[in-house]
Design a protein around this ligand. Sequence first.
Ligand code: NAD
Length: 372
Amino acid sequence: MRVGCPREIKNHEYRVGLTPGAVREYVAHGHEVIVETMAGMGIGADDAAYQAAGAKIAASARDVFARADMIVKVKEPQPSEWAQLREGQLLYTYLHLAPDPEQTHGLLASGCTAIAYETVTDDRGGLPLLAPMSEVAGRLAIQAGATSLQKANGGRGILLGGVPGVLPAKVTVIGGGVVGLHAAKMAVGLGADVTILDRSLPRLRQLDDIFNGRIHTRYSTIEALEDEVFSADLVIGAVLIPGAAAPKLVTREMLSGMKKGSVIVDVAIDQGGCFETSHATTHADPTFEVDGVIHYCVANMPGAVPITSAHALNNATLVYGLMLADKGLKAIAENSHLRAGLNVHRGRITSRPVAEALGLELAEPDLALKVA
Ligand SMILES: NC(=O)c1ccc[n+]([C@@H]2O[C@H](COP(=O)([O-])OP(=O)(O)OC[C@H]3O[C@@H](n4cnc5c(N)ncnc54)[C@H](O)[C@@H]3O)[C@@H](O)[C@H]2O)c1
C-alpha cells in the first residue's frame, strides 16, 4: 500500500503521524511511504532522516493526499485536508467527531474510510491509542504544577519535595486512572506528599499496591474531596467518565477554602474540566487566577513536548497502522478493535456515539463494510 504522512497544519501542532522509526517498519512490510517535506521538523527529524528510513519526500500535502492510499496523521483533518480525501482512501488519526459536525460532514462527503485513534480498543477494554497522551499529560501536570507553585509565577512559593528539615508540598490527585497514575509517579519521584482520590475501590487497591505505601489513597466523597483540596498545595484534576463531560467536583465556593497561591492543574479540561472555575487555556498563556488559586488548564498538554508525544503516539499506533496497511478494509472486518475505531465509511457514520451526538443515521460497521 502507499502510505502518506502530511505535515500537521493545526495551530501549534508539532507532532507528526509517522516518525522515521515507524516509516522503517512500514517499509519493512513492503509498503511505499510518502512524507511531506518538513513534516518531522517539530520533533527534530529532517527530510534526510525520513529518506534514510526509506520514505519518499513529497513537495506538498496535495502531493501526499493525491498519491497515498492511506493517510496517517495526528490531529483531526482541517477543512483544506478533508477536501483532499477521496473515496476508497483510508484515514488513520485522532478525529473527535462527536462535537464537530463540520468535520464529520466533510469526511462523509469525501467518501473516505476514517479510523479514529481515540475509539480503537484493546483486549483489556482500554483505549490504547489514547493512553499514551494521558501518560504524557499526567507526567507533565506535575512539571506545570511545580512551576506554577513558584512565587514569581503567582504560586505559594513551595518546593514539591521540600528539603531535609522542611516538609514537602502536598499534592492531591483527583482521579487515579492513566493521568492520575502518571502524575502521582512524578510527584512521588520529586518527594511530594501525594494523595489520590478515586470512585473505584478496585483501582484504589491497585494504586496502593503499585506505590507500596508511598502514597495515600482515599475514596472520593464530597467530604474527602474537601479535606484533601483544602489542605493541598497542588491539585491535579484527572477524572473521566467515558463519553460524558467531566463532573464539576470542585465548586467555586470550595475555592475559598483553598490556600492562597495553591495551584490547580485541570487535565480533564478537554472534557470540560472538573473544577467549576476552569476554562481552557493555551501553551502561550497557560494560567489564570481565581480567588487566589492559580489555574493551569491547557487542553492539549502533550503538544508542549512533541518529541516525547510523537514517539509515544507512534509506539501505540504502529501495530494497528501496519494491520491497516497490510490488509486494508479486510483488517477492519477481521479485527474488532479496529472496527471500534471505524467512525466513517464511504459516506456513512459507523460509530454509535458519533451518530447519537450528531443526530445522524448509524450504519453498523460490519454491515457497512459488507455493503462496500
Ligand atoms: N489536557 C490534556 O492535554 C489531556 C491529555 C490527555 C488526557 N486528558 C484528559 O484527562 C482525563 C483523564 O484521562 P485518563 O486517561 O486518566 O482517564 P481514565 O479513565 O484512565 O481515568 C479516570 C479516572 O477517574 C475516576 N473517576 C471518575 N469519577 C470520579 C470521581 N467522581 N472522583 C474521583 N475519581 C473519579 C475513574 O474511576 C478513573 O479511575 C480525561 O478527561 C482525558 O481526556 C487531557
